[in-house]
Design a protein around this ligand. Structure first.
Ligand code: EPS
Length: 390
């Protein structure tokens, strides 16, 4: 929420709509709802999703901060309707409780979900009051916000891609491919995986988990191309960009860890095999032989692609539920079964792109910020020119 590009989201999973307000978008940025809607559609796809995605057709409606397709510098408000709301109007009414017998309270918490801790924290006797907001449906609003961040970054040649590297313990082989090839393969894959052999195995594993009433997690990788040197800082813990990215990724639902560049693998090699040797070329300037650092040294971007991988745990709603305890009766029971996905790792990759875009847009505006796109462009150009004579 902090930083130069700030946003808040609101909305329950089966409420009327998701809403976001974004503050800090410069004036003069061309922006259309279509810039946002493409990523909303990408987030809805992916083999392993459940029935809900057949109902929703997520589309952002922008209601402020734009005039004639260009940002004004004022807050941008956007809304995404929940089509499923039609089926939940009574259960999720914001006004008076429904007449007659109310919908039964949810009292059987799911292990791995926010259900029990959330209910105890907020004093809710009906877990529905927790699960509606803790649902990953909220990521729809984040992806919409990131559509604006991505639009801004694109003005400066920064683009973001993602691909799935592991589902249910099945990993891709090493891919010695250009990033653009990985991007286009992932976009053409039902599990957003660039390795066709692994893709087939992942799809089988998802089918198998579905048949068993189980769920699967995995790992996705997000890569930002075209970042200038110097986003983030080494001078304070809360300005280090690697720390900020880790926080942003771990804030995504069901994410249990994030690694940067070589990540945990760096622990298994000596320094001589980990650090990226520095080269100089008259035309290209400073370059690196490798990118184990994932584009970040000392919490600062170094001009290489910024690479983050995140691990998503298997979804907590199991069709063959785990044991739990009824919050009211304290009886041993099976956890509640809500309609859900078998595997949402492909979708989580798109959400990862969103958190990368938002975090980079914040860092970008801290370094080059101005009230208008033109002002930012001047700041950016001046800095880039200064580096040429470095
Ligand atoms: C979710 C449960 C499912 C998922 C949902 C996340 O929703 P429902 O209970 O309506 O079937 O589909 O994800 C989304 C709605 C979405 O847009 O990603 C949960 O409990 O977290």
């Amino acid at each position: 929420m902090s930083g130069t590009f700030r946003f808040l989201t609101a909305g329950e999973s089966h409420g009327e709509a998701l809403t976001a307000v974004i503050e800090g978008v410069p004036a003069g940025l061309p922006l259309a709802e279509a810039d946002i809607n493409e990523d909303l559609a990408r987030r809805q796809r992916g083999y392993g999703r459940g029935g809900r995605m057949k109902i929703e057709r997520d589309q952002a409606h922008i209601s402020s901060g734009l005039r004639w397709g260009v940002t004004l510098g004022s807050p941008i408000a956007l809304t995404i309707q929940n089509r499923d709301w039609e089926n939940w109007k009574t259960t999720m009414a914001v006004g008076e409780p429904p007449a007659g017998t109310p919908p039964k309270a949810v009292t059987r918490p799911r292990p791995g979900h926010a259900d029990l801790a959330g209910a105890m924290k907020y004093g809710h006797r009906d877990i529905r009051n927790v699960l509606e907001r803790s649902s990953a449906r909220e990521t729809t609003a984040r992806v919409a916000v990131a559509g604006v961040a991505k639009r801004l970054l694109a003005e400066f040649g920064i683009s973001i891609l993602s691909h799935v590297t592991e589902i249910g313990g099945l990993r891709i082989s090493a891919l010695a491919l250009p990033w653009e090839e990985i991007r286009s393969r992932a976009e053409g894959s039902e599990v957003r995986c660039a390795d066709p052999a692994a893709e087939r195995a992942m799809i089988e594993a998802i089918d198998d988990a579905r048949a068993k009433g189980d769920t699967l997690g995995g790992v996705f990788e997000v890569v930002a191309l075209g970042c200038p040197v110097g986003l983030g800082s080494y001078v304070h813990w809360d300005r280090k960009l690697d720390g900020r990215l880790a926080q942003a990724f771990c804030s995504i639902h069901a994410i249990k860890g994030a690694e940067l560049g070589m990540g945990f693998e760096a622990a298994r090699h000596p320094g001589s095999q980990v650090h990226d040797e520095i080269l100089f070329d008259r035309d290209a300037g400073f370059t690196r032989r490798t990118n184990s650092a994932g584009g970040l040294e000392g919490g600062v971007t170094n001009g290489q692609p910024v690479i983050v991988r995140a691990v998503m745990k298997p979804i907590a709603t199991l069709r063959r539920p785990l044991r739990s305890v009824d919050m009211e009766t304290k009886d041993a029971v099976e956890a509640v079964v809500e309609r859900s996905d078998v595997c949402a790792v492909p979708a989580a990759g798109v959400v990862g792109e969103a958190m990368m875009a938002i975090t980079l847009a914040q860092a970008f505006l801290e370094k080059f910020g101005g009230d208008s796109l033109e002002e930012i462009r001047r700041n950016y150009r001046g800095y880039q020119d200064s580096l040429k004579t470095w």
